[in-house]
Design a binder for this molecule. Structure first.
Ligand code: ES4
Ligand code: ZN
Length: 395
C-alpha cells in the first residue's frame, strides 16, 4: 500500500451515499438464499460477478432488485448492515448515513418492520463494536407512484424518531422530483431531512426541481448539474452538498473513463462534493476504493482528500456539536507521509499504523473516536414529537 493510499484509508470520513441493499456481496447472496431457501438464478459467485456488466442505471436496477429478494428476516438485514460497517471501519469510516428502499421489501410481502428493525439493530451493534455512528434514510422508489410513497411514509410512522430523512432513488429518467412534491412536503413537515438522487442520468432540470420543489438538504450525485453554469454557480453559492459516487458513475456509464470523472472539476468550482460508494458490492469498490481510484485517475491532492473528508462531515445530518467534534480533528499528514509521497512497501504500512494509532497516542494526525448521536436513540422535542398533529392530509 502506498503512503498516499494509507493516508486516504486512514483519514476519518463519513459515507453519505450508500444503499445498504447495494452492499450485498455475492457470497452473502448465496448465504441468505440458502438460509431462507430462496432460489437465485446463479450457480456460483463468479457467475454473479460476471452478470455485473451494466450499460446504464436500469440494467443495474433490474439485477439489484433481484438480489435484494434474498433478504427475508431481521437477522439478514442486521447481518448485512454489520458486514458493511466492518468494511467501512477498514476504510477509516467513522459515520455513515445509509439508504434503504422499504418498497423493495414491502412489495414482495415483507412487513415494513423487518428491514427497519434489522437495520437499526445492525447500526446499534456497529456503534458498540466499531464506534461508528450512523443514520438511516428511507428512500422512495421513483418508478412507483405517489400513492406508494405516501403508504410508505405512513407505514414508517412508528419509526420516524429513528429515521433521519427521506430520499428519492431508482430509475431517474421520466420520473422527475416534481412527481413526489407532496410526499416530500409531508416529510418536511414531519421534520425529516430531505435528499434526492438528481442529475445522475436525469437532466439539470431535475436538480432544479430537487432544490426548488423538494427543498433538498443534499443532492445525491448531481453530476449533470455541471451542464448548466448558472445552476453550478448556485450550488456552489448555497454550499449544497453533492454526494458523488465515482465508481458507480463508471460502472453505470455516466462517465466512460474514470479519468473523465468531474470530481476534481467539482472541487475546483467550489462545489461541496463528497465521495461515496453508492452500491459497493455491484460497482467494484467501497468508500476507500472510491477515494483512491478517483485520486489516481483525476489527480486529487492531499488537500482535495482533506476537503472531501471534511465535506463528508459538514454535509452530514449530524447535529452541530457532533460536526464540531469531527471538525476539530487535525487531518494534516505527518512529516513522513509528506516526504514519502507515492512510496509503497513497509514504510508506508508503518505510516498507516501511526496514523490510525494516533488517536490514543496524541500524535499530530488524529483518528476520531466518534461520540455522536446513537443510531437507535429516540429523540425528544423537535417537529417529530408533534408528528401525530402534523400528519399530512394526503394520508
Ligand atoms: C441506485 Cl446508483 C442508483 N441510482 C438510483 N437509485 C439507486 N438505488 C440503488 N442504487
Ligand atoms: Zn444512489
Amino acid at each position: 500500500m502506498s503512503v498516499f493510499e494509507a493516508f486516504i484509508r486512514g483519514i476519518p470520513k463519513a459515507e453519505l451515499h450508500l444503499h445498504i441493499e447495494g452492499s450485498l456481496e455475492p457470497e452473502q447472496m448465496f448465504e441468505f438464499s440458502r438460509r431462507n431457501k430462496v432460489d437465485i438464478p446463479f450457480r456460483s459467485v463468479e457467475e454473479v460477478r460476471g452478470a455485473y456488466a451494466f450499460s446504464n442505471l436500469q440494467d443495474f436496477l433490474d439485477i439489484y432488485y433481484q438480489g435484494a429478494a434474498v433478504l427475508h428476516t431481521e437477522e439478514d438485514f442486521r447481518d448485512l448492515a454489520l458486514a458493511y460497517f466492518a468494511r467501512l471501519k477498514a476504510d477509516g469510516g467513522v459515520h455513515a448515513e445509509i439508504f434503504f428502499d422499504p418498497e423493495t421489501h414491502t412489495n414482495r410481502g415483507l412487513p415494513f418492520s423487518i428491514a427497519v428493525d434489522g437495520l437499526l439493530a445492525g447500526m446499534k451493534e456497529a456503534e458498540t463494536r466499531y464506534g461508528i455512528t450512523s443514520k438511516l434514510i428511507m428512500c422512495f422508489l421513483r418508478h412507483l407512484d405517489e400513492a406508494s410513497s405516501f403508504r410508505t411514509l405512513q407505514a414508517a410512522e412508528p419509526w420516524l424518531h429513528r429515521i433521519a430523512g427521506v430520499g428519492l432513488d431508482s430509475s431517474e429518467k421520466g420520473h422527475p422530483p416534481s412527481k413526489f412534491a407532496r410526499v416530500f412536503q409531508a416529510a418536511r413537515e414531519l421534520g425529516l431531512k430531505i435528499c434526492a438522487h438528481a442529475g445522475e442520468e436525469g437532466p439539470p432540470d431535475y436538480v432544479h426541481e430537487a432544490l426548488d420543489i423538494l427543498h433538498v438538504d443534499r443532492i445525491d450525485h448531481g453530476n449533470r448539474a455541471l451542464e448548466d453554469d448558472a445552476l453550478t454557480r448556485r450550488l456552489a453559492k448555497e454550499g449544497m452538498t453533492l454526494t458523488v459516487c465515482p465508481l458507480s458513475n463508471l460502472k453505470l456509464c455516466v462517465v466512460m473513463d474514470l479519468k473523465d470523472h468531474p470530481m476534481k472539476r467539482m472541487l475546483n468550482l467550489g462545489l461541496k462534493a463528497t465521495c461515496s460508494s453508492d452500491d459497493p458490492a455491484y460497482f467494484g469498490g467501497y468508500v476507500g476504493d472510491n477515494y483512491i481510484r478517483t485520486a489516481e485517475a483525476v489527480g486529487l491532492t492531499r488537500e482535495d482528500i482533506v476537503t472531501l473528508a471534511k465535506n463528508s462531515f459538514t454535509g452530514s445530518f449530524l447535529d452541530a456539536a457532533s460536526k464540531a467534534k469531527h471538525d476539530r480533528c487535525d487531518r494534516r499528514p505527518r512529516r513522513r507521509e509528506l516526504t514519502n509521497e507515492g512510496a509503497g512497501g513497509p514504510t508506508a504500512l508503518k505510516s498507516r499504523t501511526n496514523f490510525i494509532g494516533a488517536a490514543s497516542s496524541g500524535e499530530t494526525v488524529v483518528a476520531i473516536r466518534p461520540t455522536g448521536t446513537s443510531a437507535g436513540a429516540p429523540r425528544s422535542g423537535g417537529p417529530r414529537s408533534q408528528m401525530k398533529q402534523a400528519k399530512p392530509s394526503h394520508w
